[in-house]
Design a binder for this molecule. Sequence first.
Ligand SMILES: Cc1cc2nc3c(=O)[nH]c(=O)nc-3n(C[C@H](O)[C@H](O)[C@H](O)COP(=O)(O)O)c2cc1C
Length: 165
Amino acid sequence: MELDIHALHDNIFEGLNRRWALLSATDGKRKNSMTIGWGGMGVMWERDVFFVMVRPCRYTYDILENTDTVTLSFFGDGYRKELTYLGRTSGRDEDKLALCGLTPVQEGKDVYFEEAKLVLSGKIIAKMDLNSSDLVDETLEKHYPKRDYHRIYVCESTRAFTQND
Ligand SMILES: Cc1cc2nc3c(=O)[nH]c(=O)nc-3n(C[C@H](O)[C@H](O)[C@H](O)COP(=O)(O)O)c2cc1C
C-alpha cells in the first residue's frame, strides 16, 4: 500500500539500533545493500527527509557517490540471519544480493526486498562529512578507532509503501 510521505507520523526509525534496516542503492551498473543501525527522519529545509550514516570504506558508499537515490527496507521479525550477513560481508567480496537469502526487487533506481514490511525511498539532497572536530561530545570518538568518520546522507523522502501486511 502506498503511503503519503507527508503523513508518515510514526517514526519508522524508532528502535533502529535494535531492529536494523537495509540501505540499498544502484548506480546503474552495480547494486548493493548493507545493514544500518543508525539514522533518522524529520524535516530539514522545509522538506520531509531521512538521513543515514555511511562510512567511506563501505562498498555501498562507492555506489552512493554515483547515484541520487537511497532506498531503505524495514523488516518484521525473523530476518536477523539475513541482515547480519548483509551487515558483515562486503559487496566487494561477494554478490550479496544473490547470496543473502532475500528477494531483491528493482524498480527504476529503487532497490528493495520483497520480504520487507515497509520501504522508504529518497533523493539525496545533502551530504555532510563528519570530522573529529565535529564531535562536541568527545566520548563519541570511541565509535571511530580507525578514524573512519561517517558521511551523512540527507535524503528527501519521495516514496513509501508497505507490503506483506
Ligand atoms: C546491526 C548493524 C548496523 C550497522 N549500521 C551501519 C551504519 O549505520 N553505517 C555504516 O556505515 N555501517 C553500518 N554497519 C556495517 C555495514 O553494514 C557493513 O560494514 C557491511 O558489510 C557493508 O557492506 P558493503 O561493503 O557491501 O557496503 C552495520 C552493521 C550491522 C551488523
